[in-house]
Design a protein around this ligand. Structure first.
Ligand SMILES: [Zn+2]
Length: 440
């Protein structure tokens, strides 16, 4: 058997709960799949590989990270309006800027910039929800990242969907058009929330998602105010409302899930609906803290996301992992509340399960998709390296040196090689100048 690529001279962290395979070790990849790995003494002969990547000392190979929720194109609004209450932030800053600037070109370039940031910090799969999502999908495939691209649905005029009567159809048409067009792209639907989408919209979106065999994403119970609005309109908590509509199942991905009572948690667990937690966005907007330990105790599948980087303000999942574990420790006043190993699961195998990825996705094992990153452990802040907990507590996105998605090298020694990141940055800076003038 021949290989497309053999990565040599690495230590390997195969994934959460697994022992590190010490250096010098190898991984051999063929057709986007990990075919063989182990100590260099067992490595296939070099003649059998089209490409050999020999690593300098100190490189740790680990699974690429899975960002289960974001609005990539919002990179344009990074740092535009900080330190504001949620409703003022949304209504007076984000919505007006989106109304003015979100078009296909903006979504393409700002999503491509986000791909650069995510890949450089070790994310190999992203789930995105926005408008003009076809342009976002184009950016994802251009960058080489693995993606779930979900078209936004909301009961208001939105970018590219001026008449909300067509919101579900527009999103469903997007899925029909893109399904099966690219092996690394999975289209999906994204309802904004139970308070911005009425019952008919929610049911229509879920019917279409079921018929098309795709995921439905939704922001759920992000704020206390949302709970009061939905309770006032429908007499139920947001989770019970979705359950009542028959929307909760294992293909409905619920994002945030902060203000839940025991009944809500039981409903989520019984339905099999996975949850995505976005701790930095929740902290920055002071939305609250999701009851993750209770979710995990009930067996709910949980992934982690950055959310859009207007509410974060970055897309670095290493930082997000550290925030997640520290947040839950302080909120529970319990240093064991959300251990580093559990957070690594959320960002790898958990996220992969949330998105319905390959059964072995999120691991470096034979048969798994070759979505892999390397960390440069030859850093002061990563010395010594006793165990993978330091990947959560001490590692930064900037410690990522190589990134492979489906066996293809996208980052080499810290630099993007799959597309022109410099051009994306220039384009977004020019757009940001227009945003600045609009706001002055
Ligand atoms: Zn979001």
């Amino acid at each position: 058997m021949n290989y497309d690529i053999i990565v040599e001279n690495i230590s390997i962290f195969p994934g959460p709960g697994r022992e590190i395979i010490p250096a010098p070790s190898f991984v051999a990849v063929k057709d986007g799949t990990i075919r063989s790995l182990g100590p260099m003494s067992a490595s296939p002969s070099r003649e059998r590989a089209a490409q050999i990547v020999e690593m300098p000392p100190g490189r740790l190979l680990m699974p690429g990270l899975v960002n289960c929720h974001g609005h990539s194109a919002m990179s344009l609004f990074r740092g535009m309006a900080d330190d504001l209450p949620l409703m003022e932030w949304l209504n007076e800053h984000i919505f007006p800027a989106e109304g003015q600037f979100v078009d296909e070109e903006m979504v393409y370039w700002c999503t491509l910039l986000a791909c650069g940031e995510m890949l450089k910090s070790g994310t190999t799969t992203v789930a995105d929800g926005y408008f003009h999502e076809e342009a976002a999908a184009r950016a994802f495939t251009t960058s080489g990242i693995r993606s779930v691209a979900a078209h936004g649905i909301i009961d208001f005029p939105a970018p590219g969907v001026p008449d909300p009567q067509h919101n579900v159809k527009t999103a469903a048409d997007f899925v029909k058009k893109l399904k099966g067009t690219h092996p690394l792209l999975t289209p999906a639907l994204f309802c904004h929330s139970p308070y911005t989408c009425g019952p008919d919209t929610l049911k229509g979106a879920k019917e279409n998602a079921r018929a098309l065999g795709v995921k439905l994403f939704i922001h759920l119970s992000e704020t206390k105010a949302e709970g009061m609005i939905v309770q006032g309109s429908h007499g139920l908590s947001p989770t019970a409302f979705l359950n009542d509509l028959g929307i909760l199942d294992q293909d409905t991905v619920c994002v945030h899930c902060i203000h839940l009572d025991d009944n809500d948690l039981d409903l989520l667990a019984a339905s099999g609906a996975p949850v995505v937690t976005c701790p930095e966005s929740n902290m920055k907007l002071a939305s609250g803290t999701a009851p993750l330990p209770e979710m995990l105790r009930r067996g709910i599948t949980v992934g982690i996301g950055t959310d859009g980087c207007a509410s974060n303000n970055d897309l670095d999942l290493f930082g997000e992992m550290a925030s997640a574990t520290l947040l839950h420790k302080i909120m529970n006043q319990d240093p064991t509340a959300l251990p580093a190993a559990t957070v690594l699961e959320l960002a790898t195998t958990g996220g992969n399960a949330v998105l319905g990825g390959h059964p072995q996705g999120g691991l470096i094992i034979e048969g798994a998709p070759a979505d892999m990153i390397t960390i440069d452990l030859d850093q002061a802040h990563l010395t010594p390296f006793y165990n993978p907990d330091l990947l959560v507590y001490g590692t930064k996105g900037s410690d990522v040196r190589e990134v492979f998605v489906n066996g293809r090298a996208l980052i080499e020694d810290g630099e993007i090689i799959s597309f022109d990141l410099h051009e994306a940055k220039e384009r977004v800076r020019k757009l940001a100048e227009k945003v600045r003038r609009f706001r002055n």
